[in-house]
Design a protein around this ligand. Structure first.
Ligand code: IFM
Length: 719
């Protein structure tokens, strides 16, 4: 059993603890708040990929009513952490996907346990036990909290709660007209005299309890949403789950959770802190996988921040983890983007381009969730125009490259024929339509934003151009391969002839797209004009801020006319495409850009970790790994962009910390489909071992110092 435990409770950290102790099954996420917590503590039962817009607010994922809202009183005194708690601890059992809590009061002890089931993605279960220490009158009220916490809601314009005995069914209709159904069934298990009544659909229990007696409640909740075109059978499902009972549901859940957790786990010898941190990352990544056709939102299943949308984080920071450990989830992430092509085609048209311009903040069917105004000025409270939605065009290429790497590793021909090639083609068309060709015949991608979002509307960002070039090149390669091997299938595409005639244009683009090759100093200019910017570092900018929440980017942001960058950009490119750059080039660029990098995004550290390990700067690599893996464990992260709250689980940092260890410290790379290890273990780590997939074969590697690498084949288990 691998436990993450928090002893005591800090009200200043309440928001972060709610995030840290979140449980989820990829479809549902339940924040780590306590049973008695109302709206002010930000409880949320969030449904990943179910979206709604209220009035002109941001369209975001929907929170359902909190089914586990329980208020207990002993001898007229409410049991609350705020008033009278003697001792409190809460834990996550990381390898089992369980939340547990123990709160001791003068009069009683509360113990709870809950999970979002991996065996039934609609289901959440809670066991709540109150044990009295002396003869007492106990009053407990259990049921839905109808006051739903939302960032940009309310999302249900119509709500009904209908009770049938101990089952309460909620039916809500969102502002967009979708139905969200939730059923809650409470099974009391009380061996003392008690009465049961109802008020406002909430169960009220009154008991005369003897010293030491226990009142236990099993709560089962199920959620179904018409948004996913699924039948609304929450009521049926909750009855079934309750018949099965808490323990059996728990056992089924743990079996699946544990299997996936163990497939992804990295075992680190000789370093407890590093082990705890990577275990938490693997916990988040294990919880996030789902069978729904949804991607993984940037803030995971911890709530509505960033609108519950998926970013380039999924392709660059998360997919590589699942490609090594969970092929079903890897496929799901790719299918989500193939299905999202419709949204991308629509967005391209809206912006007057051809092909597929993928959503920067992607919701269902690739719908764009990003608005033109994403930040609020701290001083004036006014919206600041940001250009993420219009100009962060590397997203289309990130997706194309993810499809290519998925294919390279899995050889899943069907996925390429059923949309993969089409996406590659449409992304290529998009870049060609975005590019301008100068008199010398060189193509440029001007007026863009690279991963460093502080510098907006720049020309020829190295990262973006690299991604575009590789995407178009990838399409040309795949078209040739599939036209040769699967001509019959490919030639039946309605746009086959267009694809064919695009090839020569695509080749011209690949051969003549501008790239900022370095001068004698070896430094790649992040974008045209970067070298001429004011030589200010992040600490100098920080020192000049009037308000710590001030947004650094945008037209007039304090970083935008300086060399300070938000996150790895050139270094992200070098880390994601290590074969394209020599060690010498990497070293020069790492040394140059590091002092200018704020790491204001949690995506940054892992990209630097990968680079540092490759350069044998193993201690720096280790520190970046710790930073990435520690973000949601009380580490540093920005919770505000101006006046906009951006906290929540940092999924890309979790994925990035895995990459830092596996691709960085263990030095994994794939050559012709075979895994090769070139370890760079820091002194803090005695050994690393983990399982991974090579094609369909599951293997396990142990690296116990710089030289010794053992690889064993592992037995494959079926679900
Ligand atoms: O995708 C990132 C982006 O690179 C920086 N801001 C946060 C986004 C979501 O994680």
């Amino acid at each position: 059993m691998i436990e993450l435990k928090e002893q005591g409770f800090s009200f200043e950290e309440e928001k972060d603890l709610g995030t840290r102790f979140v449980i989820g099954n990829g479809h549902l996420g339940y924040r780590g708040t306590l049973e008695e917590d109302g709206k002010a503590s930000l409880p949320a039962l969030n449904v990943v990929g179910f979206y709604d817009r209220y009035q002109d607010n941001w369209r975001e994922s929907v929170n359902m009513p909190n089914p586990f809202y329980i208020k207990a009183e002993v001898n007229g005194k409410p049991l609350s952490l705020k008033d009278n708690c003697l001792d409190h601890s809460q834990s996550l059992i990381l390898d089992q996907g369980l939340f547990q809590r123990r709160s001791e009061f003068a009069s009683a002890l509360i113990q709870t346990e809950r999970f979002c089931s991996k065996a039934n993605e609609h289901l959440l279960c809670l066991k709540y036990t109150l044990r009295v220490k002396e003869p007492s009158i106990v009053n407990i009220s259990l049921g839905f909290d109808k006051d739903i916490y939302d960032i940009n809601g309310p999302h249900f314009k119509k709500t009904t709660y209908i009770r049938k005995g101990r089952l309460v069914r909620f039916l809500g209709v969102t502002n967009e007209g979708d139905e969200g159904e939730e059923a809650l069934l409470i099974q009391p298990q009380i061996r003392t005299f008690y009465s049961e009544s109802y008020q406002d659909d909430r169960m009220l229990i009154s008991a005369e309890a003897k010293e030491g007696s226990e009142l236990t409640f099993f709560l089962f909740a199920t959620v179904c949403c018409s948004f996913f075109k699924e039948p609304l059978k929450a009521e049926e499902e909750v009855e079934e789950a309750s018949k099965k009972g808490y323990e059996e549901n728990k056992e089924e859940h743990i079996k699946i959770f544990q299997k996936h957790f163990n497939s992804g786990r990295v075992v680190i010898q000789g370093n407890k802190e590093a082990q705890e941190k990577i275990d938490y990352s693997i916990y988040l990544l294990t919880s996030a996988a789902s069978s729904y056709l949804t991607s993984i939102p940037a803030r995971g299943f911890s709530g509505q921040t960033y609108k519950g949308a998926a970013f380039w984080d999924s392709e660059n920071f998360l997919l590589p983890f699942y490609l090594l450990t969970d092929p079903e989830e890897a496929k799901n992430l790719i299918l989500y983007r193939i299905n999202g092509l419709k949204g991308a085609l629509k967005k391209a048209k809206e912006f007057s381009y051809q092909g597929a311009f993928y959503a920067w903040e992607s919701q269902e069917d690739g719908k764009e969730g990003c608005s033109k105004y994403n930040v609020k000025d701290v001083k004036t409270g006014k919206w600041v125009r940001t250009y993420f939605v219009d100009k962060q065009i590397h997203i289309s290429g990130d997706i194309a490259l993810a499809i290519l790497s998925y294919y390279e590793r899995t050889k899943d021909i069907q996925i390429m024929l059923q949309g993969g090639i089409e996406v590659l083609y449409q992304v290529s068309l998009f870049y060609l339509s975005y590019a301008i060709k100068d008199k010398e015949g060189t193509y440029h991608l001007n007026d863009v934003i690279g991963p460093d979002e502080y510098h907006e509307r720049v020309d020829d960002n190295a990262f973006t151009n690299m991604v575009a070039k590789k995407s178009v090149g990838g399409f040309i390669r795949m078209f040739a391969e599939f036209d040769h091997q699967f001509h019959h299938e490919l030639s039946s595409y309605p746009d086959y002839q267009q694809m064919k005639s695009f090839i020569s244009q695509g080749e011209d683009f690949v051969a003549h797209l501008y790239f900022p090759y370095p001068g004698t100093d070896g430094i790649i200019e992040q974008f045209k004009g970067y070298f001429d910017l004011k030589d200010l570092t992040p600490s100098q900018i920080k020192a000049s801020l009037k308000d710590p929440k001030q947004y650094w980017g945008g037209k007039d942001g304090p970083a935008s006319k300086t060399k300070t960058i938000k996150q790895a950009d050139v270094i992200a490119m070098m880390s994601l495409f290590p074969f394209d750059f020599s060690l010498d080039s990497l070293k020069k660029n790492y040394d140059y850009y590091l002092p200018y990098t704020e790491h204001g995004s949690s995506l940054s550290s892992s990209m630097y970790a990968l680079a540092a390990f490759r350069l044998e700067k193993n201690e720096e690599g280790y520190n970046f790994f710790i930073k990435s893996a520690g973000v949601d464990l009380g580490g540093e992260s920005k919770s505000w962009a101006g006046k906009i709250y951006i906290g929540g689980s940092h999924m890309a940092a979790a994925g990035g910390s895995y990459l830092s260890l596996v691709y960085g410290a263990a030095g994994l790379s794939f050559i012709d489909g075979r895994a090769v290890f070139n370890p760079h273990l820091p002194k803090e780590i005695e050994s690393l071992s983990f399982s991974y997939l090579e094609g369909k074969e599951k293997k396990k590697v142990t690296i116990d110092d710089k030289k010794v690498v053992m690889i064993e084949s592992e037995e494959q288990e079926n679900d």
